[in-house]
Design a protein around this ligand. Structure first.
Ligand SMILES: Nc1ncnc2c1ncn2[C@@H]1O[C@H](COP(=O)(O)OP(=O)(O)OP(=O)(O)O)[C@@H](O)[C@H]1O
Ligand SMILES: O=P(O)(O)OC[C@H]1O[C@H](OP(=O)(O)OP(=O)(O)O)[C@H](O)[C@@H]1O
Length: 222
């Protein structure tokens, strides 16, 4: 097959994990993936064309077939709710989505929740039987309760450093988050062989990583 497999990858956190993971899978990926200002990076030796996208745009490129495959956080996938196949949990960029507030938070008559994930947050509070006004922001969500824009936020937590530094507390976890490999439905049928080959190699990396983790835990215990 001479056509390159088009893979949409967000720059930043996820691209760092991806270059490492693809290298472990035996694909020589140039360091450029993390550094480049180019938005298209061909790696013909491996048969890939990387498309460098904003995280929230990855499912859009994949749904429309502008990319065959993509890597996106489960947060982004739940929020975007696009018609794509989720092929693999890559177990990278692990964090959780939580409800966060100031420590003295009390229920109010007209609660306001600020978030980058309005669809996920609305669904969560609806399921909890809570009526809230959702305010969509695009970043630095932790600011909202500090300046009186909202009394709670829904955001991602990894180490807890950001909420701690801003004097906030995590109230409830909504869901655990990792990044997923997704595929365009048509590409999955038409380019099944190279996609399956890539999935198999990535699955081997996941197995090797899990085994190394088990061995390390065993060593620490024994
Ligand atoms: N602190 C974190 N720790 C681990 N994973 C995270 C963390 N924050 C975000 N993620 C995961 O990484 C993905 C990409 O996040 P990243 O911070 O690189 O981009 P962003 O800031 O959301 O997007 P943009 O570039 O549009 O500002 C998120 O969708 C999420 O799945
Ligand atoms: O628990 P921690 O380890 O502190 O990580 C959590 C922070 O990381 C993410 O922000 P990011 O750095 O992506 O910035 P953003 O607000 O622009 O998305 C997230 O939105 C939190 O603010």
């Amino acid at each position: 097959m001479d056509e390159l497999l088009k893979i949409a990858v967000p720059k930043g956190r996820i691209s760092k994990h991806i270059s490492r993971m693809f290298a472990e899978a035996g694909f020589a990926i140039p360091e450029e993936l993390e550094e480049t200002r180019k938005f298209i990076l061909d790696v013909p030796e491996a048969g890939f064309r990387f498309i460098i996208a904003k995280p929230a745009d990855v499912p859009v490129y994949v749904e429309y077939g502008a990319a065959d495959l993509g890597v996106a956080g489960k947060d982004v996938l739940l929020e975007a709710n696009r018609d794509v196949y989720e092929l693999l949990d890559l177990d990278i960029a692990r964090c959780r989505m939580s409800v966060i507030a100031l420590p003295d938070w009390r229920p109010t008559l007209h609660p306001r929740v600020a978030t980058k994930f309005p669809n996920v947050a609305s669904k969560y509070f609806r399921e909890q039987g809570q009526q809230v006004e959702i305010i969509q922001l695009n970043g630095n969500i932790e600011l909202a309760p500090l300046i009186g824009l909202a009394d709670r936020i829904v955001d991602l937590v990894e180490t807890g450093g950001t909420i701690r530094e801003n004097g906030l507390v995590e109230m409830e976890k909504i869901i655990d988050i990792t990044s997923r490999l997704i595929a365009n439905r048509g590409s999955y049928r038409m380019k099944n062989e190279p996609i399956q080959r890539l999935c198999d190699r990535l699955q081997q990396v996941l197995n090797a990583r899990a085994e190394a983790k088990r061995a390390a835990a065993g060593g620490a215990n024994g």
